[in-house]
Design a protein around this ligand. Structure first.
Ligand SMILES: NC(=O)c1ccc[n+]([C@@H]2O[C@H](COP(=O)([O-])OP(=O)(O)OC[C@H]3O[C@@H](n4cnc5c(N)ncnc54)[C@H](OP(=O)(O)O)[C@@H]3O)[C@@H](O)[C@H]2O)c1
Length: 261
């Protein structure tokens, strides 16, 4: 489980990230567009923990996908984060309206890898066709991760199956559907059965499917509760009931974005 850091800005953002680290979160998910890279860096330094205890993901903004722009932007990200090497760098979204072809920016991601500026590269909001074309451009086994919207109401099975078949780990963003899982009676029923929260049930379900989750909260109590999902095991009946909740409900749609699977 990682910590989503969108909206965790300024001193309040640093305090929330510090609280999360205190609770046990070690994987921080940030992005150039979130403007929370410096906050992540500050919280990591304040923790007193060694750099290698953390796994830091950042994402290259669509405004940095042009020729020659990717690597310098990642150098700036590393500087903001106060680290020498970024654990995972993702293309945040494919270029807006196809402004740049994949041939322009995917090789630059591979360059960041070969320069040692990042340990792993990946993508976000990439449908299957984009993954296939990217692998054709930079080669197989280089894309480590695809971060996409996945929660009980949008289980994205075709894309997840494709990623699995290619050895690409899937990170679920909005894993508690932006807080909406608590309004689903079936999730509440399973939560009650386990003495858990609906958010924990959603997170435990996704993790049981070997998916990575990055819930976010500004509140230390909710951060702690969410982290508690790492100790929750759902039974086969629960897993079947959760699987049945998929209704293809996408919460994040960009009119300039790709056509999703
Ligand atoms: N790659 C992408 O394009 C992309 C897109 C969207 C998000 N993301 C990443 O995914 C992360 C998570 O996404 P998200 O924050 O949009 O959605 P989320 O984690 O599914 O939901 C967060 C919302 O739920 C509330 N919440 C959190 N824990 C709760 C709990 N235990 N009980 C009740 N409410 C709770 C939060 O409010 P409070 O803060 O008030 O607790 C917040 O409004 C982001 O921070 C970002 O890192 C990536």
């Amino acid at each position: 489980m990682g910590l989503g850091t969108a909206k965790r800005n300024g001193p309040e953002g640093v305090a929330a990230i510090e609280a999360a680290i205190e609770i046990g979160y070690r994987h921080l998910d940030t992005a150039q567009d979130y403007r929370s890279e410096a906050e992540c860096g500050e919280a990591m330094r304040h923790s007193g923990l060694p750099r290698e205890d953390f796994f830091v993901t950042t994402k290259v903004s669509t405004s940095n996908l042009g020729p020659g722009d990717v690597v310098p932007s990642l150098r700036r990200s590393a500087e903001e984060l106060g680290i020498d090497v970024i654990d995972l760098a993702l293309v945040h979204w494919p270029a807006k309206n196809g402004e740049y072809p994949l041939e322009t920016y995917m090789p630059q991601m591979a360059e960041a890898l070969s320069l040692g500026l990042v340990r792993q590269i990946g993508v976000s909001n990439f449908p299957i066709a984009y993954l296939e074309r990217s692998e054709a451009i930079i080669g197989e086994n280089l894309i480590a991760n695809n971060q996409v919207e996945v929660h009980p109401f949008l289980q994205n099975r075709a894309l997840v199956a494709h990623c699995r078949s290619r050895g690409i780990a899937v990170t679920c963003y909005m894993p508690i559907a932006g807080g909406r899982v608590a309004s689903e009676p079936e999730i509440c029923r399973i939560a009650e059965k386990h003495g858990a929260t609906p958010e924990q049930v959603s997170l435990a379900y996704l993790m049981a499917l070997d998916l990575i989750v990055i819930p976010s909260s500004a509140d230390a109590g909710r951060l702690r509760a969410n982290f508690g999902a790492t100790g929750l095991t759902l039974d086969d009946d629960d897993m079947r009931a959760m699987a049945a909740l998929d209704r293809g409900e996408r919460l994040i749609v960009r009119d300039w974005g790709p056509v999703f699977d």
